[in-house]
Ligand binder design. Structure first.
Ligand code: 5GP
Ligand code: MN
Length: 328
């Protein structure tokens, strides 16, 4: 992976750095923030992480030590935006961009926008964590166990535990290297997958019972009213991964997870097994992401919007021949 020299130079030249990732942050965004933040501190820089949200399952990344204090408002030499395709996905954190002399954007989304003063966009990367690792190497940082754990978490999250089509030989080579640097994969798995709250399991139960098959079984639909979340005593962050329940059914080519969010919007998650480009479908609704995993934030009635999204997917599947006989 080739790191642009301007990205390396921007990091080298900066003394004070603030790191940001997207709203509803995931293991790729926060794992990258943790690894790069710790790496920049090792180089003697003042590095902070903007952390308006920190899901409980990702607390093990050690981000608390990097948290930007409220009193620290800048100016910063450099803001580094990780795993963020456009400024709208930064929501309340945009002020930090304005408070920074330079903005470095590192992202791997299919539809990334170059909103930095320096932009490194690589849709071939399996995770932003892969790019972060390459940047740390280019900066001459030797990864310790904590940094390697951040990168490894990024890989595990965005490849679905090395199960998705973005898993390349290089991804697995990097994972092996990270283990040699001190990552304990079973500990990461325990934190990510075996530390659920009872409320999360209750939510999974309720969600499983609501899954429907549409488009002759090619689309798995899960629509979730906010009340179900409340009844289960679950937080919105506990919805992470629910879309995969609808994706896991034989014959399903695309999964739709649509839920009512507490701010009154509808949060859409789309997943594909390869036949349909869900990024293109999400884009029709003002969202984006990757070909196999995309999302959007919508307004409207839950059931009506679910039907609209299913229809859009059904059309895409027909175009892609996804509703004909399997050829592979
Ligand atoms: P998830 O379904 O896990 O929330 O997100 C899957 C992918 O879709 C991620 O790459 C994420 O960046 C993208 N995505 C999710 N929600 C939105 C959204 O509201 N707007 C845009 N542009 N992308 C989204
Ligand atoms: Mn990512």
């Amino acid at each position: 992976m080739k790191v642009p020299q301007e990205a390396v130079q921007a990091c080298k030249a900066a003394q004070s750095v603030v790191l940001l990732t997207h709203v509803q942050p995931d293991g790729d965004g926060l794992g990258s923030v943790a690894a790069l933040g710790l790496g920049l501190r090792k180089l003697g820089k003042k590095a902070w992480a903007s952390l308006p949200e920190l899901p409980r399952t990702l607390e093990f990344l050690g981000l608390a030590a990097l948290k930007l204090p409220a009193a620290e408002t800048g100016p910063f030499d450099l803001a580094i935006s990780l795993d963020v395709p456009n400024p709208a996905r930064l929501k309340g954190q945009s002020e930090l961009l304005k408070a920074s002399r330079q903005v470095l954007v590192l992202d791997h989304h299919f539809d990334s926008q170059p909103f930095g003063t320096v932009n490194w966009l690589d849709p071939q990367a399996a995770a932003t964590g892969e790019m972060t690792d390459a940047l740390l190497k280019a900066l001459g940082v030797e990864l310790d166990a904590a940094m390697a754990t951040g990168i490894y978490t990024a890989l595990v999250t965005d490849t679905g535990s090395f199960r998705y089509s973005n898993t390349q030989p290089g991804t697995l080579r990097l994972a092996a290297e990270l283990l040699e640097a001190g990552v304990r994969p079973y500990e990461v798995s325990r934190e990510l997958f075996d530390s659920a709250n009872l409320s999360t399991l209750r939510l999974h139960g309720a969600a499983l019972a609501r899954i429907e098959l549409k488009a002759e079984g090619k689309v798995g639909l899960l629509s979730l009213p906010l009340q179900v979340l409340k009844d289960c005593g679950a937080l919105e962050e506990e919805c992470e991964g629910l879309v995969n329940l609808a994706r896991s059914i034989r014959g399903v080519e695309a999964a739709v997870f649509l839920r009512e969010a507490s701010d009154g919007s509808l949060k859409l998650s789309l997943r594909s097994k390869g036949k349909v480009d869900v990024q293109a479908v999400a884009a029709r609704f003002g969202g984006g992401g990757h070909k196999a995993a995309a999302g959007a934030t919508l307004k409207g009635d839950l059931n009506a919007m679910a039907e609209t999204v299913v229809k859009a997917l059904d059309e895409k599947l027909s175009e892609a021949g996804g509703r004909g006989p399997e050829t592979d």
